[in-house]
Design a protein. Sequence first.
Length: 300
Amino acid sequence: MAQAPKDSPSKKELLWVLPISTLRPLPTQPIIPYMAREIVEAEEKYHWGSDRVIGKPHAIFQYTVRGEGRLDYRGKTHRLTPGTAFFVHNTDPDLSYYNVPHGKEDWEILWCNVTPGEALAADLIERNGPIYNMSPDSWFIDQLRQHLASDRDFLQQTLAESLRLMAGLLIELADCSAEFSPRAASGQMIQAFREFVHAQIGKPVSVSNAADHLKVSREHLTRTCQEQLQISPGAYINDVKMRQATAMLRNPQNSIKQVAHRLGYGHASHFSRVFRRLVGVSPREYRNAPSRHPIAPLHG
């Protein structure tokens, strides 16, 4: 993002960053050549995309302070609400971002460019996607605020200061990606699935109602379970129930019918069939000699 397009008369504070080091820059050293604070008024039309590339290829970091925008990227629309940032490169043909049509609030953003940054942005997108959730108190956002509040047109930095600023941005992105990456999100979903299964142990839990509870498709839940736990969600549900069943059967005061009922089986015969299939013996045989039929460690 080098300049606001002509149909975007936003208010912009642009700060050029000039290296003053007497040392030669590192050959592939990414730097931040300028940063800006921009306010797009609610009634204005603001749109930017790869069709409006200005200057050399570079990466764009943009953070929403208040208001709301949109990022269209590779067929998906992302809401740019306060605390949301994106990191993309300006030549990506699938890139488009804009303010919310007929929005009720001005869209305030902080942004900077990174050059050379095209390869860096492409790699981070492949790893994490384009969107990051970042605290307004984070180090890099605080640096942008401080520099832009100086009322200067130029910021002179040594090579060390330039490297520190760039490293700060990468560290913030790495911290956010560790928390919000697709893999981390999958891990959180599986943890929620496991908690749901244990909480519903006394009911007839199914893969479908677990998926409904998690607001994901049955197919997505199945695929993620296989990736994270190396077991299907249906097998995990049965695994948990059978482990609980063996613990209950060791207590002679619990009848097989009671165990079946407490684990959500409508009929003891159904429970017995499932138990024999998974454990290898009937519930009665297990009760008579539990030490002869140890249960393998629970999957996951």
